[in-house]
Design a protein around this ligand. Structure first.
Ligand SMILES: *Cc1c(COP(=O)(O)O)cnc(C)c1O
Length: 229
């Protein structure tokens, strides 16, 4: 089943890339494996997916230990509390969900010296939802400027999760605002030395819209691994 799912998601990414005159290699499929067993990750890895996303620190810890023989690039994409930053800093290659300076500082301070700098995206609350984490769009630049100066972190871009269950036109508008915000960071004179190239947006239900808007990482869970309980 995972094999067919991967083929289908790859096909969708290919089609969406072609339709938006983009190279298919400009879009990374991040396999979101939260709540799924390590065996599913190993299966997907053998089929060519090497980037996996986890939302819970305990799951990241357990699965990365079980699968330490595989050359997996681990992305942490869930809400991150201060008391868990050290664990994430020692395991993850990417964190997509940084939304305050305190967390970024801790990740930088706690990043082990023998590892490459941690890649981070700022999570933006693009639809200003009371229930969602993420920095407000108008506060993104200030946070980016502070994060860009931290030594053991590489500021790579932005991550957004638009409102669920809304018309496609609304999702499209949210993605477009995120793309515009990323371009503002890319063009900012004080961020020219930051390697900003990443727009993490699009999930199972809306990856086509995200790719059309310029997404470079689509985070796909249920359409690869099946519905979660
Ligand atoms: C669960 C999750 C996903 C994957 O969602 P699907 O709809 O299952 O593809 C993507 N991003 C984040 C931040 C998630 O928590």
């Amino acid at each position: 089943m995972i094999e067919n799912n991967i083929a289908s998601v790859r096909h969708r990414v290919q089609l969406a890339s072609t339709n938006s005159h983009r190279n298919v290699d400009s879009v990374l499929i991040l396999a979101v494996s939260k709540t799924k067993p390590a065996e599913d990750i190993a299966t997907a890895y053998q089929l060519g997916l090497h980037d996996f996303g986890e939302n819970y620190v305990q799951e990241l810890e357990a699965k990365s230990a079980t699968l330490s023989d595989l050359n997996i690039c681990w992305h942490f994409i869930g809400p991150l509390q201060s008391n868990k930053t050290a664990t994430v800093a020692s395991i993850a290659h990417w964190v997509h969900s940084v939304d305050r300076l305190k967390i970024a500082r801790r990740l930088s301070d706690q990043r082990p010296e023998n590892l490459e700098p941690l890649n981070v995206c700022i999570q933006v609350n693009i639809d200003r939802e009371a229930t969602k984490s993420g920095v407000m769009p108008e506060d993104t630049l200030a946070l980016a400027l502070e994060i860009a100066s931290l030594p053991n972190i590489k500021l790579r871009g932005l991550m957004v999760i638009p409102s669920a269950h809304v018309p496609a036109s609304q999702t499209k508008a949210s993605f477009a605002r995120a793309a515009k915000l990323l371009n503002e960071l890319k063009g900012h004179p004080l961020l020219q030395s930051a390697p900003i190239d990443t727009l993490s947006m699009g999930m199972s239900s809306d990856l086509e819209l995200a790719i059309e808007a310029g997404s470079t990482i689509v985070r796909v869970g249920s359409d690869l691994f099946g519905a979660r309980n």
